[in-house]
Design a binder for this molecule. Structure first.
Ligand SMILES: Cc1cc2nc3c(=O)[nH]c(=O)nc-3n(C[C@H](O)[C@H](O)[C@H](O)COP(=O)(O)OP(=O)(O)OC[C@H]3O[C@@H](n4cnc5c(N)ncnc54)[C@H](O)[C@@H]3O)c2cc1C
Length: 409
């Protein structure tokens, strides 16, 4: 095993340690045994799209990029078994050829499938759950270096394992519930925020996917890759709305705000393209307080920080019963707010965090947050159950690092 440097996608997290690129499941077994014998920590990295220190440690970082592809599928029962390091953008075509597809995806498709699952990554759609909830079974290399299969025969372990931040072991394959391949219509429009606030509740129910970015002014719209020209004031306090649906989308009077329509295979509609010039915080709040919470976030972004270039985002996801899921126990609204790297600092995020705390917000595991153990246990009511499973599966804490230890030891 060689020493090297691991760095995340944003470039804000890195470490010097043993760094291994697994070529097979056997390599992962070997790396875990190596770490165990030497008394080292070991953290598994996906594509490093999380901006918090989930991976850095001075022991071993293992990468799974080469464990990729669809290992098996069952068309009749809508399942696919996928290697853990497979990038989401490589899953679309492969499943399409088999007549299958993922039932939802997030804003990007460059993450690894297990990296995305392990932090509870979500898209938008009030009737749809996050990616983690699509997992039926996992193949995992545990803290003894043994390959095990976890499935619903042990509900307690599965509910811990679906969102587990690499704390229970290294997942080599996931068996996921998928759906038959499908197309989506996309409608995108830019309209005054006030117009969206009026129709939001109806749109969320009407369409399979509804979500939007809130932009303070023209530079925020440009950040989204839209050319903002002419009377720039019309972009003040506006929303960039995205609707996806299997049926043709008729938005009636809103059509005057339309900037784009598409119809394509589902996995080509979901992703946007981003550059790593921002850092992000996202909290999930209960549906009934979402609008109120967002109003406060908006006011803080506009009045306290005057001009915030990176837009805030609102998305909607169904509930589930996984211990560390941001959606445990019921549907929630995900509110994301981002600052430019090197411009908006931690004071910016602390101000927002105070608002989210007031609304019992649950932080996204891959994004900036200020939860300590006490607050974590309060907003994630099954935190204690997760910790029990973690202690049982990794009694020596080899999968913990300095960031995760205070939260989950
Ligand atoms: C531009 C951008 C857009 C994003 N959009 C969304 C979005 O729309 N919705 C959303 O919810 N999130 C979004 N995210 C967050 C992102 O989905 C998560 O941070 C996700 O965890 C990143 O996946 P990754 O492969 O990079 O994993 P990493 O960040 O490398 O790792 C994440 C966690 O997964 C664990 N892990 C990775 N591989 C394994 C494995 N094989 N076995 C066990 N554990 C493993 C790691 O140890 C770590 O704890 C976005 C992030 C960026 C940068």
């Amino acid at each position: 095993m060689k020493h090297g440097t691991w760095t995340n996608w944003y470039g804000n997290q890195s470490c010097n340690s043993f760094v291994a690129d697994a070529q097979s499941e056997d390599d992962i077994v070997e790396a875990v045994r190596f770490a165990k014998n030497k008394g080292l920590k070991i953290r598994v990295a996906g594509t490093g799209h999380s901006n918090v220190p989930l991976i850095p440690n001075s022991g071993v970082v293992i990468r799974t990029d080469n464990l990729k592809g669809i290992a098996a599928h069952d068309f009749e029962n809508n399942t696919a078994t996928i290697w853990g390091g497979t990038k989401i953008h490589d899953i679309g075509d492969a499943l399409w050829e088999l007549g299958l597809g993922l039932s939802n995806q997030g804003d990007i498709d460059t993450q690894s499938i297990v990296g995305a699952i392990s932090t509870g990554t979500h898209g938008t759609g009030l009737s749809l759950k996050n990616l983690s909830s699509m997992v039926d079974a996992l193949r995992i290399v545990d803290a003894t270096g043994t390959v095990r299969t976890l499935d619903d025969s042990n509900q307690n372990q599965m509910r811990a394992a679906r969102v587990s931040l690499g704390l229970l072991g290294i997942v080599t394959q996931v068996k996921m519930k998928v759906t038959k391949a499908y197309h989506l219509h996309e409608w995108v429009g830019i309209m005054p925020y006030a117009a969206v606030a009026e129709i939001e509740a109806e749109m969320v129910k009407k369409y399979r996917h509804f979500g939007y970015f809130w932009c303070t002014s023209a530079p925020s719209v440009k950040w989204l890759g839209v050319s903002a020209e002419g009377n720039l004031e019309r972009f003040d306090d506006c929303a960039f709305v995205r609707i996806f649906d299997p049926n043709p989308i008729d938005v009636g009077e809103l059509s005057r705000y339309e900037i784009r329509r598409r119809y394509d295979r589902s996995y080509r509609i979901y992703p946007e393209v981003y550059t790593p010039d921002f850092h992000e915080m996202e909290y999930m709040v209960p549906l009934d307080v979402g609008v109120e919470c967002f109003r406060e976030v908006k006011t803080t972004l506009r009045d306290l920080f005057e001009v915030v270039t990176v837009p805030a985002e609102m998305r909607f996801t169904a509930g589930d019963d996984n211990y560390l899921s941001e959606y445990y126990g019921g549907p929630r609204i995900a509110i994301s707010a981002s600052g430019r790297m090197g411009k908006e600092d931690l004071n910016f995020f602390r101000a927002l965090d105070k608002i989210f705390e007031k609304y019992d917000g649950r932080s996204h595991w891959g994004k900036i947050h200020f939860l300590n153990r006490e607050r974590l246990a309060r907003v994630y009511p099954r935190h204690g159950d997760f910790v029990s499973v973690r202690r049982e599966m990794d009694p020596e804490g080899m999968f913990l690092n300095d960031y995760l230890d205070p939260l989950f030891a």
